[in-house]
Write a protein that binds this ligand. Structure first.
Ligand code: UT7
Length: 335
């Protein structure tokens, strides 16, 4: 059998500071009742000044390497999915590679917003399946609250910060990434974007009219998301040669409980098979799925042989899905 890319390590990091719905009630005209019934979110984490994107990525990555029992210099590649790097240049992945001491690894960032982690997982898996790499670190990290307008109640209640990471390793066993699906509809790009960023770039050193902030047409993104979770999930399951009945866990991007609920009902999946943590973290963009993986693994929900769907959607508008068969850590290194 061709070489597979198995998840052998996982880790997550969320900032210490909790921002509750009650806190937001004091900042904008909103209510805990509105936020909970319309989104399912109760609280989110806010990165402090020292919780940079690189720092959050490093914490999550170190935990992932520890669960994989892999030394940093065994990594061939570091891929970081983020839309909120500390610098546009250099890449977050290079800073992370140095922080970890992953001396042999190549490093690059990948931008696909909330879908970034699943894209990055897919890219990392292709490197392994092609035989170009044996160990790849894949990180999803975002600090979107740094780009939020905390006077805009339609966005500021939704997002939180965090990081999640997995280690992918070459495996001869029937496990790991079984299928991947990617898509994009750039005609909807302006439904979710950073307003004012081009003006900042074009201002040539002069002060721009105002600071860039994230803007969203929530209803448009909502409709798109419900449709795409179902379509991308079914395509990924089919490409894996499985049926929906054979799926043990769905870890969707955590944007809105109503989106997940509507999509899951359309698919006809039992709710017990769906991982939800947005009540505690809000929408952490590229971090949401690896955060879910780390939590589900740590709580023993993920068991060897389980088929897991990861499905993400967001700015672009872009989406990605993957079916992963959970393995038994340690077996695949031939040890
Ligand atoms: O990672 C992917 C990116 N994002 C998403 O997936 C988000 C997708 N969209 C959504 O989750 C939902 O569309 C929202 C949560 C953003 C909004 O929920 P909605 O049910 O679509 O509400 P709406 O935009 O239709 O607004 C309903 C009302 C409006 O008032 P009027 O015009 O009916 O008087 C809004 O002004 O709710 C108002 N509203 C709020 N009220 C209290 C909007 N935000 C708030 C708020 N608190 N935070």
């Amino acid at each position: 059998m061709a070489q597979r890319a198995a998840i052998t390590g996982w880790g997550a990091y969320v900032p210490a500071r909790v921002l509750t719905n009650a806190d937001l009630e004091r900042m904008v005209e909103t209510s805990d009742e509105w936020i909970v019934t319309r989104t399912g979110i109760r609280e989110r984490r806010i990165a402090g000044p020292d919780e940079t994107t690189v720092r959050m990525a490093t914490e999550a990555a170190q935990r992932a390497l520890a669960t994989a029992t892999l030394e940093p210099d065994a990594l061939d590649l570091v891929i970081v999915a983020t839309t909120t790097p500390d610098y546009l240049m250099p890449a977050t992945a290079s800073l992370l590679q140095a922080a970890l001491g992953a001396t042999r690894a190549g490093a690059f960032d990948l931008v696909a917003a909330c879908s970034g982690f699943v894209y990055a997982l897919s890219v990392g898996a292709q490197f392994i399946m092609a035989g170009t790499a044996r160990a790849v670190l894949v990180v999803g990290v975002d600090a979107l609250t740094r780009w939020l307008d905390f006077t805009d109640r339609s966005t500021c209640v939704l997002f939180g910060d965090g990081a999640g990471a997995v280690v992918l390793e070459a495996s001869d066993a029937d496990e790991g990434v079984l299928s991947t699906v990617h898509g994009s509809d750039g005609s909807g790009a302006m439904h979710l974007y950073l307003e004012g960023f081009p003006e900042l770039l074009m201002s040539n050193g002069a002060l721009p009219p105002k600071r860039p902030f994230m803007r969203m047409d929530g209803r448009e993104v909502f409709r798109f998301s419900v449709r795409i979770i179902g379509e991308a999930t079914l395509e990924a399951v089919q490409r894996a040669g499985l049926t929906l009945d054979e799926i043990d866990l769905l870890i969707p991007h955590q944007a809105n409980l109503r989106i997940i609920d509507a999509a899951v009902k359309r698919l006809g999946l039992p709710w017990e098979k769906v991982w939800v943590n947005l009540d505690r973290y809000g929408n952490t963009s590229a971090a949401s799925i690896p955060l879910g993986i780390a939590e589900a693994a740590e709580r023993g929900v993920l068991q060897p042989g389980m088929n897991v769907v990861l499905v993400a959607f967001g700015a672009g508008l872009a989406w990605a899905a993957s079916v992963v068969r959970w393995g038994a850590t340690g077996v695949r290194r031939g040890g």
